[in-house]
Design a binder for this molecule. Structure first.
Ligand SMILES: Nc1ncnc2c1ncn2[C@@H]1O[C@H](COP(=O)(O)OP(=O)(O)O)[C@@H](O)[C@H]1O
Ligand SMILES: [Mg+2]
Length: 389
C-alpha cells in the first residue's frame, strides 16, 4: 500500500481537485484506491457525490474509536472507495492534541487496510495542523499542488521544512513532489512562474502539470471525477499522466532528476500573442526598413568545452531560441538581435541555470529570483566579452 498525501497550507491551489482526480485515475487503471477526505470542508466527498450529512469519517475514527473499515464508502467510482468528511472533522485537531501518539493516529489506523488497497490518497485541509501532520506522517509521498501565483510559491519552503522534520523525527523516507496546477501556458506570466518553480525546486518538480480548464469545475458540479466525466478531455489526460508518473515512481523508485530541463522546455509552447516589446527574432539581421534590431554578441571563454545556452526575455526563455552559437579558439559567442531595451536572461551551462558571471548587472524577477540583465542601446553594436566558464 502506497500512501500519497496531497498537502499545501494554502487554500485554492488544487489539492482537492488533484486528490479526487488522481484517485479516480488510479482506480480506473486497475489499482485498488482509497481516497481519505481529511478536510472538514468535505470537498473531496462532495466532488465525488459522496457527501452525506451523517456518514462517519476521520472524526469518528479518532474521537469515537470507530473501526476505519466501517467508515469506508465502497465503489464511489471504478476501483475507488472513500472515507468521507463532514464538518465535525473541524474539531479533530483538539481531539488529536490530547491523544498519545497524536501525530501517528492516521498511520496506525490505515495499517488495518494495508492489504486491501494499492494506493491511499489523502486530501488535506488548508493548514499545517495535526490533521496534515498525521497525513504527512502516514505518507511515503507528499504531493504539493502549487498554483502559479506568488502566494503559493511563498509557502513551499515552510511545507518542505515541515515534511523534513516529520521524516527526521520518525526516521522515514518521505518524498516531496511539487505539482504545478492551474497552469496557463498561454500567458507570459504563467510560463514565467513555471520556469521559476522549476529553477528553484528542480528535481522536486514532477514532470507533469495540471492545466487550467473549466472542464474541472464542470465535473465537480456533476459529482464526478474528470476521468469519468470527460475521459477523453485534455484535463483527464493531465491526471492520467500524473497517475502514470506516480505509479512509475512507486515501482521503480525513479530518481526525480528525470524531470530535466529538456523536458520542461519541450513542454513550453510559444506564446500565442507576443507582447509588443518582444519582437520576433531572426538568425540573421533582417533587412526590413523599420527594424531597429541591434546585434548582440555575448562571448565566453570556454576552455572546458561546456555546453553554454542562453535564455531570456528576448527569446521567450527558451534555451538558445533564435540565438546563433559560434565557437572558436575556446571562446563561445552567442549572437542574436534585439530591439533596444532591458532584457532579463540566464545562462544554462551543462543543463544548469545560472546567472552570467561576466555580467554584474542583475534584476529581480517577479519570483524574487535575480536574473542577469542585458541593457541594449540604439544604434550600437553590443559586444560583451570575457568570462571564464
Ligand atoms: N486546473 C484547474 N482548472 C480550473 N479550475 C480549477 C483547477 N484546479 C482547481 N480548480 C478550481 O479552483 C478551486 C480550488 O480548487 P481546490 O482543488 O478545491 O483547491 P484546494 O483543495 O487546494 O482548496 C475550485 O473551485 C476548483 O474547481
Ligand atoms: Mg480542498
Amino acid at each position: 500500500m502506497h500512501i500519497i498525501a496531497i498537502v499545501n497550507q494554502k487554500g485554492g491551489c488544487g489539492k482537492t481537485t488533484t486528490a479526487i482526480n488522481l484517485a479516480a485515475s488510479l482506480g480506473r487503471k486497475g489499482h485498488r484506491t482509497l481516497l481519505v477526505d481529511a478536510d472538514p470542508q468535505g470537498h473531496a466527498s462532495l466532488g465525488l457525490g459522496g457527501r452525506r450529512q451523517d456518514e462517519p469519517g476521520l472524526y469518528e475514527i479518532f474521537a469515537l474509536d470507530f473501526p476505519l473499515v466501517d467508515t469506508i464508502i465502497p465503489h464511489i467510482a471504478q476501483g475507488l472507495d472513500i472515507i468521507p468528511a463532514t464538518i465535525s472533522l473541524a474539531a479533530v485537531d483538539y481531539v488529536l492534541a490530547n491523544m498519545p501518539q497524536r501525530e501517528r493516529q492516521l498511520s496506525n489506523y490505515l495499517h488495518s487496510v494495508a492489504s486491501i488497497y494499492d494506493y491511499v490518497i489523502i486530501d488535506c485541509p488548508p493548514s499545517l495542523g495535526l490533521l496534515s501532520i498525521n497525513a504527512i506522517r502516514a505518507a511515503q509521498r507528499v504531493v504539493v499542488p502549487v498554483d502559479m501565483s506568488l502566494f503559493a510559491i511563498d509557502g513551499i519552503e515552510r511545507l518542505s521544512e515541515t515534511v523534513d522534520l516529520v521524516a527526521k523525527k520518525y526516521d522515514l523516507d518521505i518524498e516531496l513532489n511539487i505539482l504545478p496546477t492551474l497552469v496557463d501556458r498561454r500567458t507570459r506570466l504563467g510560463r514565467k512562474f513555471l520556469l521559476g518553480i522549476w529553477e528553484r525546486y528542480q528535481d522536486k518538480v514532477l514532470p507533469v502539470m495540471i492545466h487550467h480548464t473549466v472542464r474541472l469545475k464542470e465535473s465537480v458540479c456533476a459529482g464526478q471525477s474528470i476521468v469519468d466525466f470527460a475521459p477523453n478531455s485534455p484535463a483527464a489526460g493531465d491526471f492520467n499522466d500524473l497517475a502514470d508518473e506516480l505509479i512509475m515512481r512507486n515501482h521503480t523508485a525513479l530518481d526525480a532528476t528525470q524531470a530535466n530541463i529538456s523536458w520542461l522546455l519541450s513542454h513550453i509552447e510559444p506564446v500565442e500573442s507576443r507582447p509588443a516589446n518582444v519582437i520576433p527574432l531572426h538568425k540573421e539581421r533582417p533587412e526590413t526598413a523599420n527594424s531597429n534590431l541591434q546585434k548582440v554578441v555575448l562571448s565566453f571563454q570556454n576552455h572546458q568545452q561546456h555546453n553554454i545556452q542562453i535564455a531570456g526575455e528576448f527569446n521567450e526563455w527558451i534555451a538558445d531560441k533564435d540565438v546563433r552559437t559560434i565557437t572558436e579558439n575556446n571562446i563561445t559567442h552567442k549572437v542574436f538581435y534585439v530591439e533596444p531595451g532591458d532584457y532579463q536572461y540566464r545562462l544554462i551551462v551543462d543543463g544548469k541555470w545560472r546567472n552570467d558571471p561576466t555580467n554584474p548587472r542583475q534584476a529581480l524577477s517577479a519570483l524574487g529570483i535575480h536574473n542577469s540583465l542585458l541593457h541594449v542601446t540604439a544604434n550600437d553594436t553590443f559586444n560583451q566579452s570575457i568570462g571564464n566558464h
